[in-house]
Design a protein around this ligand. Structure first.
Ligand SMILES: *Cc1c(COP(=O)(O)O)cnc(C)c1O
Length: 462
């Protein structure tokens, strides 16, 4: 299996290379040259299998010769053993034919754990075999950093440094980053805001001497391996509701289009998905685009679902690549136009996209109201991101087709908004109840590139 860039001007890579590289050299994103398909019998045979077994069967064809079957099974087993639920991604029911897919039983209580935990194990196995080490550096406004730290803590061939804005992440988020005791984990509280952290990160990657010296690596949301890990729960949930002999639909609260793009891949692999519904908060560039208003940047407005507060949606480029007939030149041109504001999507591409995707947006008020309603009507306390999904799903779903709405975070991760909406304080799961008692370890550091580089040089394992 080979991977090609959405902008058509970067080397073709193997799974291992695409995973370790992340972004393509031409600025594009890696996608598989062809998407492997599973037959109806293959899908039927997943019925009653463990999450790990389904993960193996779904991802195996994409990974190809990079790992042996035994190694790949061991990687998957280690990735999900730390989850707080044996089903890994259990379904609960909200209403007749409306289900919630709980993706928040991982170590940081959000769906990003599904991808990050797997990527940690994939990196470790590949690096150990190559006899290499890398330094992962990331910038976070909260969620991604904790997921990365949880994924790489204690792994021999990786150091992980996470930059976060001092005083500007929630206490749960900070403690998730500062309480792991392993010596390869480094939480850095930068005196600045999230944009400062991101700018510092960008400059480190642009400094080729530094990049080579510490073997800098990134695991941001455009990494193909992250998308791949998320394809699995579309299969596991659909199969438990009768796929392939019954169609299901999905509603996905989304910002960067990563999670819903994984659903699109599941559909291409042969999973009978009726509709894929994009649910955005008030930062609704995707909803506007899919409603025919072009793809145009707006101002990012902070919301109660902060993990979906984005200006542009990086993974959408992968969908555009297919919608434009896999014409990398056309995509490169669109992305150029995006730099100066945006572009109109061609009629043919719009037809391609709307054949598969529906979309809707939830306002702040609707989001909070949905949290209260869901508690009242279905006795489930949901996080604000999941509430965006539930609101849009209720508005758009065909009640004859099972709708699965993805619940992307545990309500205890966003206690303020949940309590404001419902009057209930969401407790942490018992396995994390001591989070507030664990000792913290963090380095406060000036918003100064030279100081950051010096610190990373000095602290990484040699
Ligand atoms: C990251 C995140 C999202 C958005 O996911 P995308 O892959 O960017 O679409 C939604 N909800 C939560 C809780 C998240 O952390």
């Amino acid at each position: 299996m080979q991977y090609i860039s959405t902008r058509g001007n970067a080397p073709v890579l193997s799974f291992e290379e695409a995973m370790l590289t992340g972004l393509a050299g031409d600025g594009g994103l890696y996608v598989p040259e062809t998407v492997p398909t599973l037959s109806a019998d293959d899908i039927r045979a997943m019925n009653g299998q463990s999450y790990e077994e389904i993960a193996f069967r779904v991802m195996r064809p994409f990974v190809d010769a990079t790992f042996s079957d035994d190694d790949f099974r061991a990687i998957i087993a280690r990735a999900y053993e730390g989850f707080g639920h044996l089903a890994r991604a259990p379904l609960t029911q909200l209403d007749t034919n409306h289900f919630l897919l709980e993706l928040f039983h991982g170590p940081t209580l959000a769906f990003k754990d599904f991808a990050m935990q797997l990527i940690g194990q994939l990196f470790q196995t590949a690096l150990a075999r190559r006899g290499e080490r890398v330094t992962i550096v990331g910038a976070t406004s909260g969620d991604t950093g904790s997921a990365a730290i949880e994924a790489f803590r204690g792994l021999d061939n990786v150091d992980v440094f996470i930059l976060f804005p001092h005083g500007r992440v929630s206490e749960v988020q900070r403690r998730q980053m500062t309480t792991p005791a392993e010596s390869n984990v480094h939480a850095l509280a930068v005196d600045g805001d999230f944009d400062d952290c991101q700018a510092a990160l960008k400059e480190m990657f642009a400094d080729h001497d530094f990049r080579d010296e510490v073997r800098l690596a990134a695991v941001n949301s455009i990494n193909w391996a992250r998308v791949l890990a998320q394809v699995v729960y579309y299969f596991s949930s659909a199969v438990s509701l009768g796929a392939p002999d019954r169609k299901v639909s999905f509603t996905v609260p989304t910002g960067n289009f990563g999670d819903i793009f994984a659903g699109y891949i599941a559909r291409q692999m042969g999973l009978p998905i009726d509709r894929l519904v994009v649910a955005t908060n008030q930062n609704d560039i995707l909803h506007r685009c899919l409603s025919g208003q072009g793809y145009r940047k707006g101002e990012t407005r902070p919301s109660v679902s902060p993990s979906m507060d984005i200006q542009v949606s990086s993974n959408f480029e992968r969908a555009l690549f297919d919608a434009y007939g896999r014409d990398g030149k056309a995509v490169a041109q669109l992305m150029d136009e995006l730099k100066t504001g945006g572009f109109d999507v061609s009629q043919g591409a719009m037809e391609y996209l709307t054949e598969i995707f529906d979309s809707g947006a939830a306002s702040e008020e609707e989001t909070l109201k949905t949290i209260a309603e869901t508690l009242r009507d279905s006795a489930e306390l949901i996080c604000p991101h999941s509430a965006v999904g539930v609101k849009v799903a209720k508005a758009l779903r065909d009640t004859d087709v099972p709708m699965i709405t993805l619940a992307t975070a545990h309500p205890a991760k966003f206690p303020a908004a949940v309590e404001e909406a419902s009057g209930q304080h969401p407790p942490l799961p018992p396995r994390m109840a001591d989070l507030y008692d664990r000792p913290e370890r963090v380095t406060r550091i000036a918003n100064d590139l030279a100081a950051l580089k010096q610190h990373i040089r000095g602290m990484r394992s040699k």
